[in-house]
Design a protein around this ligand. Sequence first.
Ligand SMILES: Nc1ncnc2c1ncn2[C@@H]1O[C@H](COP(=O)(O)OP(=O)(O)OP(=O)(O)O)[C@@H](O)[C@H]1O
Length: 306
Amino acid sequence: MTTLARLDRVTRRFGDVTALDDVSLEIGAGRIVGLLGPNGAGKTTLLSLLQGLRRPSSGTIELFGGDPSAPSTRAHLGCTPQETALPATLRVREVIEFIGRHFDQPVPTAELAEEFGLTALLKRQTGALSGGQRRRLSVALAFVGRPKLVLLDEPTTGLDVDGRRALWDAVRRQHEAGATVVVTSHYLEEIEALAQRVVVVDRGRVLVDDELHAVLDQVELRMLRLTTPEAQAAIALPGVVDSRPEADGSLTLFARDADTAVRELVASGIPFRGLTVRGASLEEAFLTLTANANAAIAESLKENQA
Ligand SMILES: Nc1ncnc2c1ncn2[C@@H]1O[C@H](COP(=O)(O)OP(=O)(O)OP(=O)(O)O)[C@@H](O)[C@H]1O
């Protein structure tokens, strides 16, 4: 597989803040890579380095085998930033054509509009578009120049369910037609819908880098909710990987194997009532694992410093 972009031991600092901390990553042609992480994880910084908008404090970055800040390299890159300021008085058609003129072989406007559900809006001024329509246009613009690699920074933030699905469908069609995409998101659901490979970033570090199915296997947790006067003993049971006190005084335990956890609970003799078991949403499971991974990192840092 051809490598389109490569980060090798990249660190980026902003004053005292380390936004990216020793990150190595390769983006292979033809994939959709999901960059998943909470606010401030370093996702946007990573994209800005790939775009050549910023330089790493240390480490190296290659884009299409060259320097990301060279204009000839960037001509093959398409981007949708988190917020796009579209000129409010220009019509959708005019904006698409304006951006298209920067490229040798732009996608014809009608074709692009059809792909992103913008055909009926071509004559509309961008200032009169809804949030979802504006976002669809912003993402469509990343594809105008037939880029080798597309970077989408939280493409569906603020969209309703239908808007989100329409955009995902459009991105998937572009991918089927050969596009390589890096998409950032806070939402595992979004990454699950789009990506084949998932890179989980938190506090500037890559916590997980694997195929989607492998990550989903890792985060498949069950939740046992119960009320008990012996919460600490319940939390310490074998197989319980995390816990959360609930507002109503009950306790939620996270476990990979609910059957074993229930057997352990009963065998322990810990008094409990109102037991319910359900699957953790991927979001909940992901947060649990991220927190655990961070605790492990903090622990190993402490050990290294000792
Ligand atoms: N120009 C800057 N000056 C100072 N600090 C910055 C700058 N850009 C980013 N940071 C800091 O670097 C860290 C990573 O920020 P970044 O925007 O890359 O995160 P993110 O994962 O994209 O977050 P979000 O999901 O909220 O967009 C944060 O602590 C942020 O405050």
